[in-house]
Design a protein around this ligand. Structure first.
Ligand code: FEO
Length: 164
């Protein structure tokens, strides 16, 4: 049985994961519009991952006999100054998600909710990877600078992303 405080925080996390999904889908559309299909594919796959994250918590709340509350999410941005700015925003978003997961873990710890803590350990590991992958993109785009040939090489590389 979930305590109310943990249930509320878990529902907030579902909302944050679905917001992240919408951010990445919006970035996917923007990259398509920029003529960069590789980055767009990467963003589309990230969108699907975020939906999976939200559903993972959704299922956990149900498994613990809690109540899922689906709330509307705010509209994501629709454009970015350049590919680097888009990935910088993605990286900042991932850092915010990591902080939220950490807060949730601390809350579950304080409530003695071992089941929620164990479930969240998967997310803590996942966030290390998500922060690293978006930071790697930022670093590579900084190296590419204004070299459009380098940008197209990166687009090709990001387009080769496969399902983890
Ligand atoms: Fe589900 Fe990228 O945080």
């Amino acid at each position: 049985m979930l305590k109310d405080s943990v249930q509320t925080a878990l529902n907030d996390q579902v909302k944050q994961e679905f917001y992240s999904a919408h951010v990445y889908l919006s970035m996917c559309a923007w990259f398509e519009d920029q003529g960069l299909p590789g980055f767009a594919k990467w963003m589309r796959m990230q969108y699907q991952e975020e939906l999976g994250h939200g559903i993972k918590i959704f299922d956990f709340i149900n498994d613990r006999d809690g109540k899922v509350i689906i709330e509307g999410v705010e509209a994501p941005p629709t454009s970015w100054a350049n590919p680097l700015a888009a990935f910088e925003a993605a990286h900042e978003n991932e850092k915010a998600v990591s902080a939220s997961i950490d807060d949730l873990y601390n809350l579950a710890d304080g409530e003695g909710d071992h089941a929620t803590k164990v479930m969240l350990q998967w997310f803590i590991t996942e966030q290390v990877e998500e922060e690293a992958s978006t930071k790697q993109a930022v670093d590579r785009l900084k190296l590419a600078g204004s070299d459009s040939s380098a940008l197209l090489v990166l687009d090709e590389q990001f387009g080769s992303r496969t399902v983890a």
